[in-house]
Write a protein that binds this ligand. Structure first.
Ligand SMILES: Cc1ncc(C[n+]2csc(CCOP(=O)(O)OP(=O)(O)O)c2C)c(N)n1
Ligand SMILES: [Mg+2]
Length: 547
């Protein structure tokens, strides 16, 4: 798309999104944003209309995680405040999403009339978004609008967190500053500090007996997976990931230990990591879930901690050092190559034990079967609950093929996120793992998948309620209305549904779903209410102690 000299504000926004690789915009129009939707229609960007704005927010978040930038476009307040939750999640988990909200025109705002959708003041919505975006603007001045668009997009790309652009409806078709030149922000590390940090880190790594890398989500976000592999291969230092960073490295890789999550994760991974005298944390979020509800034992005195926000080597911290420069520097640094050591590898999690075909499905067996079912083009998209905890042990074949809200943990993520995933990566087929409770929140977005010709396989883990919460504290508030999830194709007029009560039905359903590629499949798996994955049992025991 060639930039136009006399672009309107709306056109310029579209040009810049396109220039940064965005091809799809998720959302729902309203009168305050219809003018911009019309411009989108005549642009190379495709709009994806979801059933609900929350779905659009999750889809844009997932799109951003896969493609590097996502966009959601909604109307003022009624739409905007519905994307507040997914955008808060994108902020918390570092996903670069641009929120574009229509709004009353600048002229309409004079004398402060009570226009529809206004909550309190005209800037109420902007104030809300300022809490969970790295830059927010109202494009109310044609002289500065282009500059503001670039400022927000640059901040989003720099911090990998959401940004907010409010577009008053009478500004969409106004021409912006004709002589404005977009300038790329070039940020660099302070070379002397970087050099000192690298020397410090290299000395510590070289002196270590058993160094280990913990690779987390920022490596995905900053596209540094190749550097991670180079570092591991060059030094023979093994790599563990976290739940949020899962699939940052292909899990069949010989350097891969598994997911480290304190006492919640596999014991041999915990032991190996915690016995290390040099833990190299790369792009890591030290969250409660990532750290197995703070059961992880990581000593700062034995750690190198590098993220986009801070860099410390033991207790020394280094300012003005970019995360990517530090990692690239480590790859080039003089690091001792170790003898290939012996470290744990993820266990082969396959249903090797034969059980009677009619045996009911347990959570453990479900994940074993799913593991065997994963193909090279499968992207696993998890929702909160058993889906996420059980999936920690799935064996993800290649990089960036696992998405889950493993920190913010908002239910309702997975089904809409799968739309973003498949739009960003059309050759993939999402495998959605979602609890019945979460499905009741955003599962109708399966209709959006159908509308746009996508073909996710949605596995609904039906344990009749909020299973995750039952071991902590149970009551009727953890029940949900039983639905016949597998009958959804009847309602939507397409797709295939399967009801699974036994192992045999599970393997048959998965095989049939693999064959049925023309539209979505929904596999409803009946589980015992009191059956939990081992990881969840450990987690809830620890959480219950904190209530
Ligand atoms: C939007 C939202 N509301 C409430 C919660 C609190 N919560 C955490 S897990 C959970 C139950 C999830 O139920 P379901 O989706 O059926 O999965 P299960 O735990 O049964 O595997 C709830 C209500 C949440 N995380 N997100
Ligand atoms: Mg449930």
């Amino acid at each position: 798309m060639r930039p136009k000299k006399t672009a309107t504000i709306g056109e310029y926004l579209i040009q810049r999104l396109h220039a940064h690789g965005v091809r799809h915009v998720f959302g729902i129009p309203g009168d305050y944003v219809l003018g911009f939707y019309e411009q989108l229609l005549h642009s190379p960007l495709q709009t994806i209309n979801t059933c609900d704005e929350q779905g659009a927010g999750f889809a844009a978040d997932a799109y951003a995680r896969v493609k590097g930038l996502g966009a959601v476009c909604i109307t003022y307040c009624v739409g905007g405040l519905k994307v507040a939750n997914p955008i808060a999640g994108a902020f918390a988990e570092k996903s670069p999403v641009i929120v574009i909200s229509g709004a009353p025109g600048v002229k309409e705002r004079e004398k402060n009339p009570l226009l529809h959708h206004k909550v309190r003041d005209f800037d109420t919505q902007k104030k809300v978004f300022e809490q969970f975006t790295v830059a927010a603007t109202v494009l109310d001045n044609p002289q500065t609008a282009f500059q503001e668009i670039d400022r927000v997009i640059n901040a989003v790309l720099r911090y990998k967190r959401p940004g907010y652009i409010e577009l008053p409806r009478d500004m969409v078709a106004v021409t912006g500053h004709p002589h404005y030149q977009a300038s790329a922000v070039v940020e660099t590390s302070n070379p002397l500090t970087l050099k000192a940090a690298l020397a410090d880190a290299a000395e510590m790594i070289n002196a270590a007996r058993q160094p280990v890398i913990i690779a987390d989500v920022e490596l995905h976000r900053f596209g540094l997976q190749k550097e991670l592999l180079k570092l591991a291969e060059k030094t023979n230092i093994p790599v563990a990931s976290t739940l949020l960073g899962k699939s940052v490295i292909g899990e069949q890789h010989p350097f891969y230990l598994g997911v480290y999550e304190g006492a919640m994760g596999r014991e041999e991974v915990r032991r190996y990591v915690e016995a290390s005298d040099c833990v190299i944390l790369l792009g890591a979020f030290l969250t409660d879930i990532n750290l197995g509800v703070f059961t992880a034992r990581l000593d700062p005195g034995r750690s190198i901690y590098a993220t986009s926000e801070k860099l410390t080597v033991r207790y020394r911290s280094y300012e003005e050092t970019r995360f990517q420069d530090f990692l690239q520097g480590l790859v080039r640094a003089k690091l001792r190559r170790r003898k290939a050591g012996r470290w744990p590898h993820p266990a082969k999690l396959f249903p090797t034990v034969k059980v009677p075909a009619g045996a009911p499905v347990t959570v453990k067996r479900l994940f074993e079967h799913l593991n065997a079912f994963l193909k090279d083009d499968t992207v696993v998209v998890c929702d909160v609950g058993e889906s996420l905890f059980g999936a920690a042990d799935l064996y993800i074949r290649r990089g960036t093929e696992f998405l889950g809200p493993a920190y913010y943990a908002s239910m309702g993520f997975a089904v809409p996120a799968s739309i973003g995933v498949q739009m960003a990566s059309p050759r993939s087929r999402p495998l959605v793992l979602v609890g019945d409770g979460a499905f009741q929140m955003t599962g109708m977005e399966i209709s959006t998948a159908l509308r746009y010709g996508l073909n996710p396989i949605v596995v609904v883990l039906n344990n009749r309620g909020y299973g995750t919460e039952r071991p902590m504290q149970d009551g009727p508030y953890n029940d949900v209305q039983p639905w016949k999830y597998h009958r959804l194709p009847d309602v939507l007029g397409a797709g295939r549904g399967f009801l699974v009560n036994s192992e045999k039905e599970l393997t048959d359903a998965l095989a049939a779903a693999a064959e049925h590629t023309e539209s979505f499949c929904i596999v409803e798996v009946m589980l015992d209410q009191n059956d939990h994955s081992p990881a969840l049992q450990r987690l809830t025991e620890r959480l219950a102690k904190k209530i």
